[in-house]
Design a protein around this ligand. Structure first.
Ligand code: GAL
Length: 453
């Protein structure tokens, strides 16, 4: 992995300010979460900073704030960056080193732009259509900042050298571009003018396109991209009110991906307590998982970020297996720890056959404590395994937010998290750490630098 010497920037921590706001909110009686959003500049609407795994809603926002940290320790914040600013150390570095937190370059020497991403082995066709297994890294191209991100794809044979395959799914700059730009004309040639209006409405440069994830569909021999598709609505100006999952397809991970639509997903059954009944089927931070039998699932945060769901996909991987209105609980979907307020879900199956669901708490771009739940069956009983991170700064996931856990060809498991830089999102960094199984529990320890097994 090539890295360049670029100073890491400390993530914006607004705890002091937020603490004052808590007091102000108590006096004024207005929503604490709205104020947090206002000051964090996220425009994110109702979010909380607490961990609650029961059905109860938070009664004490101030208590939640006390879990926040002013800063991360130097070891985690700067450790890897310092290594490469030291000339002597630099000479000793080989290209085959995972140097978390540094700026990672692709094989063209450009900064890798694949945030909120996913890495997996999948068949990749060459120019003659002949497929070989490669690592595919899909993620947000954040040069445009928070909104209107294209989706980028990189491929690699060894996880160190990443070849840019292009911005494989593009946000639309203007409605006219769909009629006039040959890229979009070809891609959407069979669409009516009304359908083009809708495509523009869903994936224009002012919309949220986050956490893209890919699946290879063996049955159709195609690639299906899902992402968090969001925007403001007539009712609400914050950018996460649409709360949907978007879907696009292509014959190659190198794109171009054609947008099919965006959807609300599974809904809380009538006999359970819905943590946000006014907005059914919301889907925000999301991830995909393909089981050994080919069945694929989407996991996502719903009910205004209060409850994680896992829902089964159809055989084409382009929609749910069953419409939300007809879906059967524990056959088509499951809610996990209602009210726990988790996001950034990562679903994976260990070598031991157990399912794991890792997630973060909901503090926007700020890091917080990770949590893992595990289960023998995907729609079975999930247990709380607690924080998988161990050691210094384990309580803030080593200043990262979960986005992917993947096995290498050699059988090593890697945790990949984003270290967001809220003041310059394109400069957010990638952190990879070895993930180990300790009995049935997973464990992640900080390593500034390591070589893959
Ligand atoms: C995070 C989320 C990111 C992005 C960000 C915006 O909590 O995981 O994907 O949505 O909030 O505030």
């Amino acid at each position: 992995m090539k890295q360049i010497n670029k100073k890491g920037k400390q993530k914006a921590k607004q705890v002091g300010l937020a603490a004052c706001v808590v007091a102000a909110v108590t006096l004024s009686g207005c929503s604490f979460y709205d104020i947090v959003d206002l000051f964090s500049g996220l425009g994110r609407g109702s979010e909380a900073l607490y961990v609650n795994e029961n059905q109860q809603m938070p009664s004490d926002a101030e208590g939640a704030m006390s879990e926040e940290r002013e800063s991360v320790t130097d070891e985690v914040k700067n450790g890897s960056i310092e290594n490469i600013t030291n000339e002597e150390n630099k000479k000793e570095k080989t290209e085959v080193t995972i140097l978390s937190g540094a700026t990672w370059l692709d094989t063209n020497g450009n900064v890798i732009q694949a945030h909120g991403g996913q890495i997996q082995l999948m068949p990749v066709p060459d120019e003659n259509g002949v497929k070989t297994e490669k690592y595919v890294w899909v993620g947000e191209e954040k040069s445009s900042g928070h909104l209107g991100n294209d989706v980028a794809v990189y491929t690699s044979d060894d996880l160190y050298h990443w070849e840019f395959q292009g911005d494989v799914f593009r946000a639309v700059e203007s409605r006219e571009q769909l009629d006039e730009d040959s890229y979009f004309q070809e891609l959407y040639a069979d669409c009516t003018s009304e359908e083009l209006d809708e495509i523009y409405n869903c994936i224009n440069k002012n919309t949220v396109i986050e956490r893209p994830k890919l699946l290879y569909n063996h049955k159709n021999d195609n690639y299906v991209l899902w992402f968090h598709s969001d925007d403001s609505t007539e009712k609400n100006t914050y950018k996460y009110d649409v709360g949907m999952a978007g879907v696009a397809v292509s014959d190659s991970p190198a794109g171009p991906f054609k947008f099919l639509g965006r959807y609300r997903l599974s809904q809380c059954p009538d006999d359970q307590i819905d943590c946000f009944p006014s907005s059914k089927g919301e889907a925000r931070d999301m991830n995909l998982f393909q089981d050994e039998d080919g069945t694929a699932y989407i996991t996502y945060t719903s009910e205004n970020n209060k409850t994680l769901y896992i829902s089964k996909l159809n055989e084409d991987y382009t929609y749910l297996s069953t419409d939300p209105e007809k879906a059967v609980y524990k056959e088509d979907f499951i809610r996990i720890f209602p009210g726990a307020m988790r996001e950034a879900p990562v679903l994976f199956k260990g070598d031991n056959g157990r399912y794991y669901l890792m997630s973060s708490s909901t503090t926007g771009w700020m890091s917080n404590q990770a949590r893992v739940w595990s289960a023998d069956e995907i729609f079975g009983d999930w247990q709380n395994d607690g924080n998988p991170c161990v050691g210094t700064d384990a309580d803030i996931t080593f200043d990262t937010q979960s986005t992917c856990v993947f096995p290498t060809k050699e059988g090593q498991w890697i945790y990949y998290g984003d270290r967001w830089n809220s003041t310059d999102l394109a400069d957010s960094r990638y952190i990879w750490l070895p993930l180990n199984y300790n009995g049935d529990k997973v464990e992640i320890k900080w390593e500034s630098e390591f070589i893959l097994e």
